[in-house]
Design a protein around this ligand. Structure first.
Ligand code: AMP
Ligand code: ZN
Length: 113
């Protein structure tokens, strides 16, 4: 989609620190990390958010990518958090479906700061 920053990263048109990539999904370092590990897992096909028509295959690719990122970043044994901000109340700022993978430090028990 035109003017979508994550579509442009998926297409290799703007740079990102890529951690993992397949035909369907790309994972890259968040520009403004909120934890020692903060990676975004992004289906390459444009969807605004999780309420769009996201296929089971795409979601399977996302879950696989989250596992690969967690292992590559040393999070598999210690744990991590996955967040998909969806719409205004969640503070979604990039309107292309993405999953934050956060870890590398104790993240606290509460989900809402
Ligand atoms: P959200 O608020 O859930 O929509 O998250 C969007 C995330 O994208 C934020 O954590 C931003 O820091 C991150 N972000 C925005 N632009 C870029 C970029 N060009 N490369 C990497 N991360 C980005
Ligand atoms: Zn997009």
């Amino acid at each position: 989609m035109d003017d979508c920053i994550f579509c442009k990263i998926a297409a290799g048109e703007i740079p990102a620190k890529v951690v993992y990539e397949t035909d369907d999904v790309i994972a890259f370092e968040d520009l403004n990390p909120q934890a020692p590990v903060h990676v975004l897992v992004v289906p390459k096909k444009h969807h605004e958010h999780i309420l769009d028509d996201v296929s089971a295959e795409e979601l399977a690719s996302v879950v696989e990518a989250i596992g690969e990122v967690a292992r590559a970043k040393g999070l598999a044994d210690r744990g991590f958090r996955v967040i998909a901000n969806t719409g205004a109340d969640a503070g979604q700022t990039v309107a292309h479906l993405h999953f934050h993978v956060l870890g590398g430090t104790p993240l606290g028990e509460g989900l809402i700061p």
